[in-house]
Design a protein around this ligand. Structure first.
Ligand code: KG4
Ligand code: ZN
Length: 337
């Protein structure tokens, strides 16, 4: 069985083909970063229009890469939410239309389930149950995962998502959107402990997160210490350390609470090297493992959507012609497979 995956929830057009036996056969990505850079963030209308321009050529490129024709595809999976409504509609409309024309089922995929299952694309996939830390530009969530589709929300951010916080502090440090990866690079030159930032909500029980206070703390630190290169790097170091520590503390709590051994990290921020190092060390100490995808599958991509679609195609193939997307869509509402 071969599934074409389509991802258009935000500022990346991702197209992939996943084969149940052979694995990933094609993976095409077009990032709109340059398009939005001048605006300091994603402009939804520009994002939708660019998906319209790129989606069909990328699908053609993916089929060429996989050396397949349309008749070799057994299902079309597309991101149906959460995300930007106009951007989602591009992928959903093209996905439904292709499925109709090719006479195969179309499968709406939850973007965060795509992220959550992305480590399954690797050679050493995690076994159920596990705790999942989903950390992207729009979400920071801890999920108890007992099987595919059996998700229980343990905690989440009450304000900014981790990636959003990275991007906002990066902006204050003069870095372009999305600044998360560049802030992390800058932090490598920073002096540890010149500044110490708070670890929000770790001094009380619970698994929720809050990152907006860190933003104010960083802004005040920049204001009162200037912004020469070394100071910026030191602030980046302090910020990254605070986020990484906070995430690690909450993950350990979630593992204690559930009694699960293993941890999965997914979403754009799981590409962060300091975070990976910290989590590997923490899990090693616990005699367990942390699982994450290769860097290109941490940020948005079509491969994770094709994979999640393949898993869901078995149970919920539907042939409806209507196109609907869900800009807001709680992960825990998904049915079990
Ligand atoms: O999962 P993703 O590609 O898109 C969403 O679904 O939101 O995540 C994008 C987020 C951005 O906020 C970006 O700055 C952040 O992930 N990010 C990172 C790193 N790479 C991506 N944040 C910190 N360190 C990184 N290396
Ligand atoms: Zn994402």
């Amino acid at each position: 069985m071969r599934v074409l995956g389509i991802e258009t929830s935000c500022d990346e057009t991702g197209i992939a083909v996943y084969d149940k036996q052979a694995g990933l056969l094609a993976n095409q990505l077009y990032s709109q970063i340059k398009l939005h850079a001048d605006y300091g963030g994603v402009v939804p209308e520009l994002a939708s229009r660019d998906h319209v321009r790129k989606i069909v050529p990328l699908i053609q490129a993916a089929l060429r890469e996989a050396n397949l024709s349309a008749t070799d595809i057994n299902g079309v999976a597309y991101t149906a939410g959460p995300g930007l409504v106009g951007a989602l509609l591009v992928g959903a409309t093209v996905g439904r239309a292709l499925a109709f024309a090719w006479n195969v089922p179309a499968v709406p995929v939850h973007h965060m389930e795509g992220h959550l299952l992305s480590p399954m694309l690797e050679d050493n996939p995690p076994a159920f149950p596990f705790v999942a830390l989903l950390i992207s530009g729009g979400h920071t969530q801890l999920i108890s995962v007992t099987d595919i589709g059996k998700y229980e929300l343990l905690g989440e951010s009450i304000d900014d998502a981790a990636g959003e916080a990275f991007d906002k502090i990066a902006k204050l440090l003069g870095l372009d959107y999305p600044g998360g990866p560049m802030l992390s690079k800058m932090a490598q030159h920073g002096v540890t402990n010149r500044f110490t930032f708070p670890r929000p909500m770790t001094d009380r029980p619970g698994l929720d997160f809050s990152f907006s206070g860190l933003k104010t703390f960083a802004a005040n630190t920049i204001r009162s210490n200037g912004s020469d290169d070394q100071t910026c790097a030191d602030i980046a170091r302090a910020f990254e350390d605070a986020v990484v520590d906070t995430l690690a503390i909450k993950c350990e709590r979630a593992l204690e609470k559930t009694g699960f051994k293993n941890l999965v990290m997914a979403g754009g921020v799981s590409a962060n090297r300091t975070l990976r190092t910290k989590m590997v060390a923490m899990m090693h100490k616990r005699g367990a493992e942390v699982f994450y995808a290769r860097l290109q599958f941490c940020t948005d991509n079509g491969a994770m959507i094709a994979y999640a679609g393949m898993v869901r195609l078995k149970s919920s193939a539907d042939q409806e012609l209507s196109v609907s997307v869900r800009p807001r869509w709680p992960l825990a509402e998904l049915p079990a497979v």
